[in-house]
Design a protein around this ligand. Structure first.
Ligand code: SF4
Length: 259
């Protein structure tokens, strides 16, 4: 079976779902968000990146399912104590070899380890259908409700993103919606109202909304990959983010900032 490339395994992660988690970062993503702070996650397959001392390093390697399960399982006691588990992230996990991803999730489920899927929504609906029985939670990015902006800033429209979100909701998946906030682009009340209206119209059920204010932490990585940095956005002010939080709360959502 073709093994996907993994570019990071982060243990004791507390930002990628509930409790203490191990996050597996799959390398390769079908879109190109201009604010991406993990540009080394975008290209499928291993690649060279300079480290902080200017030396070339190969980013990404593959693991057998057995090897990966062993790494995940080694922290099971922490998952059990904290309500945590494993998160498959990226890059885009749903655009990888799904035979591998499904088998990995199945194996985690068999061991009693819960699985969260962190996804940008740009993958065939069939892939979501396949993973659904083995996924306990979806951390689902909705970057823009407006397809034109989605196309402009990520290189792809949002039709599939909305379709897959609808599919997951209709099939009773647990969904935490994650909204990137870029000042002067998608971080005004009017943008929040448009998302709220769409969620209501489509009867999308989400457990929680996470507001993710833009940051430019990954800037140096673009240089180290010898790529032009595309991160050129404005972080919304804290007061603005709190105002948006209130807008979503007033619409009945549980809302966290950051994540
Ligand atoms: S979906 Fe995530 S990994 Fe892919 S380009 Fe956007 S921010 Fe980067």
């Amino acid at each position: 079976m073709k093994k996907p490339t993994i570019f990071n395994i982060q243990k004791f992660s507390t930002h990628d779902g509930p409790g203490i988690r191990t996050t597996i970062f799959f390398k390769g993503c079908p879109i190109r968000c201009e604010w991406c702070h993990n540009p080394e996650s975008q290209v499928f397959g291993p690649e060279i990146m300079l480290n902080k001392y200017g030396k070339e390093e190969l980013i990404g390697k593959d693991y057998s399912i057995r090897e990966l399960v062993k790494k995940i399982q080694s922290d099971q006691i922490f998952y059990d104590q904290s309500g945590g588990g494993v998160t498959f992230s990226g890059g885009e996990v749903m655009a990888q070899n799904m035979d591998y991803v499904v088998e990995l999730a199945q194996e985690c489920q068999r061991l009693g380890i819960t699985v969260a899927i962190d996804t940008c929504g740009v993958a065939p609906t069939e892939n979501y259908q396949r993973i659904l029985p083995y996924a306990d939670l979806f951390l689902y990015d909705l970057k823009f409700i407006d397809s034109h902006n989605h196309q402009l800033y990520t290189g792809a429209g949002n039709q599939l993103v909305l379709e897959n979100l609808r599919f997951l909701s209709e099939n009773q998946a647990e969904i935490n919606l994650r909204l990137i906030l870029l000042d002067e682009i998608n971080a005004d009340e009017v943008d929040a109202e448009a998302i709220i209206d769409w969620l209501a119209k489509e009867k999308i059920h989400v457990n929680e909304i996470s507001l993710l204010p833009y940051h430019d932490f990954g800037r140096d990585k673009y240089e180290r990959l010898k790529r032009v940095c595309t991160q050129n956005f404005i972080k919304p002010a804290d007061e603005k983010v709190e105002r948006l939080q209130k807008v979503y709360q007033d619409a009945g959502y549980q809302v966290t900032i950051g994540g």
